[in-house]
Ligand binder design. Structure first.
Ligand SMILES: *[C@@H]1O[C@H](CO)[C@@H](O)[C@H](O)[C@H]1NC(C)=O
Ligand SMILES: *[C@@H]1O[C@H](CO)[C@@H](O)[C@H](O)[C@H]1NC(C)=O
Ligand SMILES: *[C@@H]1O[C@H](CO)[C@@H](O)[C@H](O)[C@H]1NC(C)=O
Ligand SMILES: *[C@@H]1O[C@H](CO)[C@@H](O)[C@H](O)[C@H]1NC(C)=O
Ligand SMILES: *[C@@H]1O[C@H](CO)[C@@H](O)[C@H](O)[C@H]1NC(C)=O
Ligand SMILES: *[C@@H]1O[C@H](CO)[C@@H](O)[C@H](O)[C@H]1NC(C)=O
Ligand SMILES: CC(=O)N[C@H]1CO[C@H](CO)[C@@H](O)[C@@H]1O
Length: 594
């Protein structure tokens, strides 16, 4: 468990940034946000993880989540319920109940206990209609096709359904909730995901910016900055039970997006202290040495099964006899969750070094991932850029050096000249993992390549796309080609990965790459539109094999809503809406720009 005291000590060493931080005030006059005060009050009096002894680990969590048959069809339900009493009283009464039942309570005993001590999940949140919502954001004027324009309007309407605000009691009594208090309302992904998620928010925020909801976007970014300030890093999502892991670090990219839309350089400069803090914390807790380079892997720092998927993880670990082996599997499961790709053959290492196996073969922490290192490079570059705006040359040099070191590692460990792409690196078997994963192209998005090599890289990447037949799928570029697999395997396809590949090719800026980028963006928009017109839903994931098909499989039912899918479509309607038509040429193969 994280101790707040450590975080405060860390913050002291950051005071060299005091000059920049002087003007620090995230809330702007028209917003009426006093997040700094809220944070200070919170830090002085409250432990942000006060409810962890109920929701993160321990016998109560174990006993309720392992009830057989389960008390809830989704393991996440229980850990999202509210507490009617303090954690201490709840635990004491639970222990008394256990004693009274000779430590073998029946399912009914547990149900009675839960009904008495826990309130309905999600009641700490109320729906919130964004105050800056606009009926006719300008991006709609950029869409020629009337059906697509209508769809754009409906997607813009969905923001109103996905807004959530915490009730005041959460700030007063955080120990009664698993939710992590934040000062401003949020836009959630949707479906079973009723709180904010870290990397989802990158695409949600960009969608909000294109929808001209600048205050909502800024409020969400300020929430993340306030969390870094209090906790040191950003957990996977807005619940205490995510306390041991983060997600792909995209906060600095969110700030950069906000500044691109608003030109509010001061916002970025004021955020620098927290952005650096997140960067250092992430690097300090994720670095490995490989071939004389310091690179990062996905990790987790807690013990036990994932609380929100407790019985599932417990069952996966049943194959192992020793507690050490079970714990190792829990760590690999949670590290895979930190990557956002939970789960995928991307993280399997079989006994003979392939990507075969099942969840028991997860070796996430032994795989140096292309995307994480590319994102960290990008973060270092952006932090350097913001320091340059602040005129802090010393810091510019420091972060340019960090970026340079990461770039060298990416080039020498992850770039594969023979395959013509970047590949994840298997530290157990000391070899590259020559499997297609969408994130193999992520350095293009993060511009984590040597610009002087653009022509060569472009030729190699186009050949790699051809060789893997990535242009042949009517429903989008697959996440991996491995099948049958997990939900982040074939044939599922996900908006953020589609985005990274498409925007990466665009960044490459050669005619072939730009052409492919536009073709794939167009295909994605049309396929999502088809899925929407079939059911009037936006999905968490789609199907590479079926034009207009949505995803299935994995740990839970298919989810609709859906924040990041909506964000990516709104951005691409803005960028390409003049050229896309749903008329003749639509359908599985007709994806040329019209
Ligand atoms: C790593 O660095 C050490 C000293 O800096 C050097 O002796 C060694 O040869 C290097 N190893 C590799 C694989 O480059
Ligand atoms: C994974 O595969 C192994 C055999 O390699 C099997 O014993 C085990 O039950 C499987 N576990 C799961 C969770 O599917
Ligand atoms: C997966 O791991 C299990 C448990 O360690 C092992 O028995 C099995 O052989 C592994 N599967 C493969 C394909 O290597
Ligand atoms: C790895 O082992 C699996 C069985 O566990 C086998 O099907 C596969 O062919 C092997 N691959 C290699 C490269 O040896
Ligand atoms: C980038 O490429 C140029 C030309 O090939 C080379 O001179 C330079 O050293 C490279 N930079 C890095 C960081 O690899
Ligand atoms: C762009 O794509 C179109 C069709 O998809 C093709 O006809 C054209 O030759 C491509 N142009 C380049 C520069 O690759
Ligand atoms: C769990 C863990 O390793 N936490 C470490 C993360 O990095 C900071 C320094 O930035 C350490 O103080 C933590 O102990």
């Amino acid at each position: 468990m994280l101790k707040l005291a450590n975080v405060k000590l860390l913050l002291v060493s950051w005071s060299c940034l005091a000059a920049v931080a002087q003007a620090k005030s995230y809330g702007s006059p028209d917003l009426d946000i006093d997040s700094d005060n809220a944070i200070v009050a919170h830090e002085d009096t409250l432990d942000p993880f006060a409810s962890c002894e109920i929701y993160c680990y321990g016998n109560l969590l174990h006993t309720i989540q392992m009830a057989s048959p389960p008390l809830f069809s989704d393991s996440k339900t229980f850990v999202d319920m509210t507490l009617k009493n303090s954690p201490d009283k709840t635990l004491a009464d639970f222990n008394a109940m256990m004693e009274a039942k000779n430590n073998t309570p029946s399912r009914d005993d547990l149900k009675i206990f839960v009904d008495e001590y826990f309130g309905v999940k999600g009641t700490e949140l109320e729906t919130w209609e964004p105050t800056d919502w606009k009926e006719n954001p300008k991006f709609l004027d950029l869409v020629s096709d009337p059906d697509l324009k209508q769809w754009g309007m409906e997607l813009n309407n969905i923001w109103k359904k996905l807004g959530r605000k915490m009730k005041d009691d959460v700030k007063k009594n955080p120990q009664h909730y698993s939710i992590i208090p934040v000062p401003n309302p949020v836009i959630i992904p949707g479906g079973r995901f009723i709180e904010f998620y870290y990397w989802d928010s990158y695409w949600i925020i960009r969608g909000l910016l294109y929808s001209e909801m600048y205050n909502t976007a800024r409020g969400m970014i300020e929430n993340f900055l306030s969390i870094v300030n209090r906790i040191g890093f950003i957990p996977n999502g807005g619940r205490v039970y995510y306390h041991g892991r983060s997600q792909p670090p995209l906060l600095t990219g969110m700030v950069k997006s906000y500044v691109e839309f608003t030109n509010d350089d001061l916002f970025a400069i004021n955020a620098l202290e927290d952005l650096e803090h997140e960067f250092e914390y992430f690097v300090n807790n994720h670095t490995v040495e490989v071939k004389n380079h310091s690179l990062c892997v996905y990790r987790d720092s807690s013990s036990g099964p994932r609380p929100e998927s407790y019985s599932e993880d417990f069952k996966s670990a049943a194959k192992f006899d020793s507690n050490d082996d079970k714990e190792r599997l829990y760590t690999e499961l949670k590290a895979a969750a930190e990557s956002g790709m939970d789960f995928s053959t991307r993280w399997f290492i079989s006994e003979n070094g392939t990507n075969e196996g099942n969840l028991t073969n997860l070796s996430t922490t032994s795989i140096v991932p292309v995307d994480l290192n590319a994102y960290l490079y990008w973060n270092a570059k952006m932090i350097a850029e913001f320091h340059s705006k602040a005129g802090n040359t010393k810091k510019v040099i420091e972060y340019e050096n960090k970026a340079e070191k990461l770039l060298l590692g990416i080039q020498e460990v992850l770039w594969n000249e023979e395959v013509g792409c970047w590949l994840d690196y298997d530290m157990k078997n000391e070899k590259p993992r020559n499997y297609f994963v969408s994130t193999n192209l992520s350095p293009l998005w993060a511009k984590a390549f040597n610009i002087s090599d653009t022509e060569k890289i472009s030729a190699k990447i186009m050949a790699y796309i051809e060789k893997n037949k990535l242009d042949t799928y009517p429903g989008g570029v697959p996440n991996t080609l491995a099948t049958p697999g997990e939900q982040w395997d074939f044939p599922n396809v996900w908006a953020p990965m589609q985005y990274i590949v498409v925007e990466g090719l665009n960044n490459l800026n050669t005619p072939e790459a730009k052409n492919m980028s536009k073709k794939w963006a167009t295909r994605w928009v049309k396929s999502n539109f088809k899925a929407y017109t079939d059911n009037f839903d936006m999905y968490e994931k789609y199907n590479a094999e079926v034009f207009g098909g949505h995803g299935t499989g994995g740990e839970y039912e298919v989810q609709t809503g859906f924040g990041w899918s909506n964000g990516v479509i709104i951005e691409w309607l803005s960028k390409h809406g003049r050229d896309i038509s749903t008329g003749a040429g639509g359908g599985a193969s007709g994806d040329e720009p019209q």
